[in-house]
Design a protein around this ligand. Structure first.
Ligand SMILES: [Fe+2]
Length: 286
């Protein structure tokens, strides 16, 4: 019987990649990069063999989709920010068996259509690639990428996909982690304000920051019943990345409305290009 050993909500901002390169951004995201390395180490210590990444950069316009390829290899350049994130080489192994099982359980038992794809030309997005670049450069973990930039979806549907992920894990063999890769508020600075480097390190409106900080406090107190009730309006009002379907899916996997664990902050809240970011571990309930 498989086991979910670790879960977290994580950042994937391109400046984390640049922070590791020579140049003007070097070291600018040291705490966030160190947080990713700490998360990687914790997953290794727990014996994790497969990481399921809920990727808020993979846009989908109907149903739900999983990249179930057995092998991923390429050189990635972001079409959003080609000046920030380019020529990032990657190679990872997949776990098509669990990808297919998630889709089967969601579709047949949860009433939510989920498709697992085995198409070599279906590439990974950088919600998966940036964290894996920092955590999985030695291919220690197999990966499964789940689309979470959900344009026409309901948060409760996404929670049911999360339930299917958890059940697929428990019907598989191995030790798993789930990483919800996406921001809190996500109102990127207007283009007219992009005059200085400062915009990479600031929030676009104090309102978003104050709501984000309140949300982080709720998470630290384990108040997910309240958070779940506010999630749809919060995601809409504060432009949550992928409308925060990664977070809805994560909570579905962790027990839904019954989840009440106190989140551990690994990297303190930080501002990035108008958005609010955090690295936070969500303990698995006993
Ligand atoms: Fe993003």
């Amino acid at each position: 019987m498989g086991k979910l050993a670790f879960a977290a909500k994580i950042a994937h901002v391109p400046t984390m990649y640049l922070s590791e390169q020579e140049g003007p951004f070097k070291g600018c995201r040291q705490q966030a990069c160190d947080g990713h390395r700490a998360i990687s180490q914790r997953m290794r210590d727990l014996g994790v063999d497969t990481v399921i990444v809920l990727d808020s950069h993979w846009l989908i316009n109907n149903a739900y989709h999983i990249n179930g390829n057995s092998h991923f290899k390429g050189v990635f350049t972001s079409n959003e920010f080609p000046h920030l994130l380019s020529n990032m080489a990657y190679e990872y192994q997949g776990n098509p068996e669990v990808a297919d099982l998630i889709a089967k359980i969601a579709t047949e038992e949860k009433g939510v259509t989920v498709r697992s794809h085995h198409v070599d030309s279906l590439k990974l997005e950088y919600g998966t690639l940036v964290p894996m670049w920092l955590m999985n450069g030695d291919q220690a973990f197999k990966i499964v990428s789940v689309a979470c930039l959900c344009t026409v979806h309901d948060h409760q549907e996404s929670a049911r996909v999360g339930e299917a992920i958890r059940e697929a894990i428990e019907r598989s063999e191995g030790t798993f982690a789930i990483l919800a890769s996406g921001s809190l508020s996500h109102a990127i600075h207007p283009n007219t304000t992009l005059k200085t480097m400062e915009h990479f390190f600031t929030i676009s409106n104090e309102f978003y920051k104050q709501v984000d900080l309140r949300v982080v406090d709720l998470w630290k107190e384990g108040r997910f019943a309240e958070f779940t009730r506010m999630l749809p309006l919060y995601a809409k009002t504060c432009h949550g990345e992928g409308l925060m379907h990664d977070t809805a899916m994560l909570l579905g996997a962790l027990g839904g409305e019954n989840y009440a664990e106190k989140v551990e902050i690994v990297t303190d809240y930080f501002e990035a290009a108008g958005t609010g970011q955090v690295n936070a571990v969500f303990p698995i309930a006993a």
